[in-house]
Ligand binder design. Structure first.
Ligand code: AMP
Length: 188
């Protein structure tokens, strides 16, 4: 199986690049942000709980997102592989993911990290907010919280995967197709 963690701060281009990778490598796309927004749209209790946190730009509890990923892995036993987009975001989530994949006799192939500076991220998110209508993309103080959460809780995961020799940094600034080619080269 080809199991890729597509990593990077909010606005790095994970969603755009995931869509292209999914098509080329025929992978299942698992975005915890999309799954949570689906719960909110469906008006579930989980969605209501998550919305309060997402509206502030802070992470939802590990158990919630780990549970969602566990059920998606169980629902897709014949998948060729997965792209994890926006997950894991904490060391506890990364450890849980390793355990879930080990149970299925597989593991993470590599972590591809899209590297984009903070000024560019804020610019992209505010721009995206105009089209997507996502409230967490429209308010600079929520964006700042999301970047703070990323730096405090998520960025350390680079070391987690580097220690397993699975970390690959990719320049996330430039033409979408050029970034996609760099990702494909890194997958090899
Ligand atoms: P995203 O669409 O990936 O930018 O995620 C939007 C929001 O959903 C984040 O700001 C978090 O509040 C929440 N979220 C998404 N994925 C996770 C995760 N793996 N762990 C915790 N919170 C998450």
């Amino acid at each position: 199986m080809l199991n890729i963690v597509l990593f990077g701060p909010p606005g790095a281009g994970k969603g755009t690049q995931s869509a292209m990778l999914v098509e080329k490598y025929m992978l299942n796309h698992l975005s915890t942000g999309d799954l949570l927004r689906g719960e909110i749209a469906a008006g579930t209790a989980l969605g209501l709980e998550a919305k309060k946190l997402m509206d502030q730009g802070v992470l939802v509890p590990d158990e919630i997102v780990i549970g969602m990923i566990r059920s998606k892995l169980d629902q897709n036993p014949d998948a060729k592989g997965f792209i994890f987009d926006g997950f894991p975001r904490t060391v506890a989530q990364a450890e849980a993911l390793d355990n879930l994949l080990t149970e299925k006799s597989t593991g993470i192939t590599c972590m591809l990290a899209l590297e984009v500076n903070e000024a560019e991220l804020v610019k992209r998110l505010l721009h995206r907010g105009k089209d997507s209508g996502r409230s967490d993309d429209q308010d600079e103080s929520i964006i700042a919280n999301r970047i703070r959460e990323y730096n405090a809780k998520t960025a350390p995961l680079a070391n987690y995967y580097a220690a397993q020799n699975k970390f690959k940094g990719i320049n996330g600034i430039g033409e979408i197709d050029a970034i996609f080619n760099s990702l494909c080269e890194a997958i090899g």
